[in-house]
Design a protein. Structure first.
Length: 350
């Protein structure tokens, strides 16, 4: 894949795959109701999506050599693209979700949900990514910029928190999942991996290319291990949420290896021009799609039940995913046409 100015085509592909996987993950909750192997295989395959976004965020922080010269400005620019759209859609969707009880509007409840990323389930990611930017700023200020040390620190912290996840899942201790999944320390390994890759990508990418088959093999093994672990944990006294979470050890390895596999094979991937154009569009609009997809999917589901139900679960999934992506694209397209150019970034983040 050829690089385009100021962008990496392979990372556009990763971002596009990740946002489609986010939509599939959310649609999967609506399309499948049992633990059939097909559901588990599809659901497990999507577990790279959120870690991939965090890895990309770390990559582009360290890939630009001038960023450490003014970390406060870099963080400010990043947050200016994330927080205004997040605040807008949080308020808008909070009102939409409570239209029947708008007379009971609770400002304190809204503020709490915004601060904790709880207006919509996927919004926890915003809380995490803000912490990631703060973590990078702290590393720069402490002059702790050696990429290997950053990666080792991230691995150490991630290991500790993963142990807590397993202890919680097996009911040896009790820690609320919503609290744990909102801490950067639960996601720090993919972000640290991105920081590591971004700092020396020119040297690492050729190594990945030479080792592409072992990396692909390891990716497949971790993917199969995550499916196996799903069924293993379902047979013991464990918390249900952990069966399909990002925090299983096998899922963590799979997520990072999946991204490395795309990077390793990037020069061998030749996409048709139309597909390449679609990839760029999905990559460019991944953030507003992320903000919208859970809400749009619920309305697409209503259309499904009214006009199409019942069909095979796979067809249902395909309808929900396609309808959600088209619905999100339509909303984004209309807003881009209506909103003044200077204000689009505050609503859409693009």
């Amino acid at each position: 894949m050829q690089k385009v100015p100021n962008r990496f085509a392979e990372f556009d592909l990763i971002r596009a795959l990740a946002i489609v996987s986010v939509v599939i993950t959310h649609a999967g909750f609506l399309a499948f109701r049992d633990r059939r192997i097909l559901f588990v295989a599809i659901d497990t395959f999507q577990l790279f999506c959120v870690p991939a976004f965090l890895l990309l965020s770390g990559f582009f922080l360290t890939n630009k050599l001038e960023n450490p010269n003014n970390p406060a400005l870099v963080v400010k620019k990043r947050l200016s693209k994330i927080l205004p759209p997040y605040l807008f859609w949080s308020v808008a969707l909070y009102i939409l979700n409570n239209l029947g009880e708008i007379q009971k509007f609770d400002l304190l409840s809204l503020l709490r949900d915004i601060l904790t990323g709880s207006v919509m389930p996927p919004y926890y990611f915003i809380v995490v990514i803000v912490q990631c930017y703060g973590w990078w700023w702290l590393l720069v200020k402490l002059k702790f910029l050696d990429s290997r040390k950053v990666l080792a620190l991230g691995l150490t912290i991630q290991t500790i928190f993963t142990i807590f996840f397993y202890l919680t899942a097996l009911k040896y201790i009790s820690i609320p999942l919503p609290l744990m999944e909102r801490w950067i320390f639960s996601w720090i390994l993919p972000f640290s991996t991105g920081l590591f890759l971004g700092g020396s990508y020119d040297r690492i990418q050729p190594v990945l290319e030479r080792k592409k088959m072992p990396i692909l093999g390891a990716t497949i093994l971790f993917y199969l291990a995550s499916i196996w672990e799903y069924y293993l944990k379902s047979g013991v006294n464990s918390e249900e949420w952990f069966l399909r979470s990002f925090f299983k050890l096998s899922a963590q390895g799979y997520a990072i290896l999946f991204v490395l596999s795309i990077l390793a094979f990037s020069k061998s991937i030749a996409l048709p021009s139309r597909v390449s154009g679609l990839v760029k569009i999905l990559a460019a609009y991944s953030f507003p799609i992320y903000l919208l997809d859970s809400t749009v999917a619920k309305y697409v589901l209503l259309v499904f039940y009214k006009f199409i139900d019942p069909v095979n679960p796979l067809l249902k999934l395909g309808f929900l995913v396609t309808g959600t992506l088209l619905g999100c694209w339509a909303i984004i397209y209309l807003l881009e046409k209506v909103l003044p150019k200077n204000y689009r970034q505050y609503i859409l983040g693009v």
